[in-house]
Design a protein around this ligand. Structure first.
Ligand code: MN
Length: 234
């Protein structure tokens, strides 16, 4: 074997990535973290007490990203796929044990995402004490809009986070309703994993989650960040 400047691969590697608003460059995605139950009303609708316990995390796979305008193929093995509209935080500078007051300095940008969930399989996993991947990390389970660089975004507590299905309002909250703020999420997560450039964090969903049906059109947004549109395949 000889040393090569460029490694060669047995097949072409695929780099998961997101478009960037106003740029031809794409943002390469390394990991996709998600925060559970980060809005009190949603915790209640899922049967939990939203007392301020430490945030908890799970992951999706980067290949599960689906760009805005895409068609979400209704997945197998479920008849209860739920929408969860979420603010997505993109990390641009890595670190571990990040302090709350330094956390925003690690943020590259923001996007609007959907944490699509096979609720029936998630409920079964919870009941049996099994992992959540079958409920959360299936194919195309992470639709996400283009990223907006952080310097162009001022996240106001009053900013609305919302989702419409076929033009009807299904979820509506405001960023100030988050139990754990974006800097607090980054601080907690960075004590569990070293964060790196390319990591995404889905920051939790407001109340109003519910099922999607084949043929539905989903339109969601975070005011000041952007809008995400997807349709559900037939
Ligand atoms: Mn979620």
């Amino acid at each position: 074997m000889s040393l090569q400047a460029e490694p060669s691969y047995v097949f072409a590697p695929v780099v998961p990535s997101l478009p960037v608003v106003g740029s031809l460059e794409r943002f390469p995605v390394r990991r996709v973290y998600c925060v559970g139950r980060n809005y009190a009303e949603h915790a209640r609708e899922m049967g939990h007490d939203p007392a301020r316990e430490p945030p908890f995390f799970f992951m999706k796979t980067p290949d599960a990203l689906l760009g805005s305008g895409g068609v979400f193929p209704y997945p197998p093995a479920s008849s209860d796929v739920h929408h969860e509209i979420e603010l997505v935080v993109a990390i641009g500078q890595g670190g571990r044990d990040i302090a709350v007051d330094a956390a925003l300095g690690h943020v590259w940008g923001y996007a609007v995402g959907l944490d699509l969930t096979r609720r029936d399989l998630q409920a079964q996993a919870k009941k049996l004490g099994r992992p959540w991947e079958v409920g959360k990390a299936f194919d195309a389970a992470a639709p996400c809009s283009a990223l907006v660089p952080a310097q162009g975004v001022a996240l106001a507590p009053s900013a609305a986070i919302w989702l419409e299905v076929n033009g009807a309002s299904r979820q509506r909250g405001k960023l100030g309703d988050m139990i754990w703020s974006v800097p607090e999420i980054i601080a907690h997560l960075s004590c569990l994993f070293r964060l790196e450039a390319g990591d995404l964090i889905f920051s939790g969903t407001p109340a109003g989650v519910g099922p999607v049906q084949r043929g539905d059109c989903l339109r969601g947004g975070v005011d000041g960040v952007g809008v995400l549109d997807i349709s559900v395949g037939a």
